[in-house]
Design a protein around this ligand. Sequence first.
Ligand code: HEM
Length: 242
Amino acid sequence: MKAQMTTAAGNGTVASVRVWDVPVRVFHWLLVISFGAAYLLGDSERWRQIHVMFGYTVLGLIAFRILWGFVGTRYARFTSFLHGPRAALRYVGSLASRKPEHHVGHNPAGSWAVYAMLALGVATGLSGYLTLNEFGGDAVEELHEILANTWLVVVFVHVAGVIASSVAHRENLARAMLTGYKRGDGESIRASVSSPRRPIVGVLLASAVLIFWLGSLLIGGPTIIERSSQATMAQTAEDDDD
Ligand code: HEM
C-alpha cells in the first residue's frame, strides 16, 4: 500500500505511512517494561526470582526480534537499517541544519543504538544466566552488572536521540512507536510504502510473554513469598543485632 495522503490545515499535503508493524511495537514496549523492572529489582535479594523472570523475558523478546529482523515486514528487517558509521555521523550533523535528513524507518544513528541495545540485551541476559547458575564466580557477576549499566547508558542515549529527532523533524516519534504511523511532508515519507500490520504475530508474542509471567508467578509464587519473608526475617535479625 502506498503512503496515504492526508491534508493538514494550512500545511499543504502531509503523508502518513505505517512504519512499525504490531510485533515491533509489542516487542518494544514489553522490552521497556522488562528491562526497567529487571534493572530496578537487580539489587534486591527478596525479588531475585522476579528479576530473573524479567531477565528471561528480555532474552526471549530479543530472540524473537532477531528472527523478525530476517522474516518480518519491510522496516523491521535488518537489511532496511544497515548503515555505516559515516552515515550515522552525517545524520547527527544534519540534525542541526535547516533540512535534516529524513528516514522512514530507523535513521542511521538510531540503527547503531538499536544494534547496541540488542547485543547488550543478549550479553546481559547470558551473563545473568551464568551468574544464577554460579558459573564463572564474581568476575561474571561483575560483568553482568557492568553490561546492565552500559545498557542503561545506551538507553539514555537512545531516548535523547528520539527526542532530538522528534524536535528536528517536528514529529512525535514516541507516538509513532505506539500507533505505528509516521507523518511528515518529507520526500522519503511521500515515496514510501506502508508495512502490513501483522497483528496475529503481535498478539501471539504478547500472549507468550503473559503466559510466561503468569506461569512463573504461579509456580514460583510460594518460593518468592517464602524467600521474601526469609529475607525480611534475616534483615530484622541483623537490625536487632545492631
Ligand atoms: C520511554 C522511553 C522510550 C521511548 C520514547 C522510545 C522510543 C523509541 C522509538 C521512537 C523508536 C523508533 C526509533 C526510530 O524512529 O528509529 C524506538 C526503537 C527502539 N527502542 Fe525505544 N524508546 C524508549 C525506551 C527504550 C528502552 C528502555 C529500550 C531498551 C530497553 C528501548 C529499545 C528500543 C529498541 C531495541 C528499538 C528498536 C525497535 C525495533 O526495531 O524493533 N527503547 N524506541
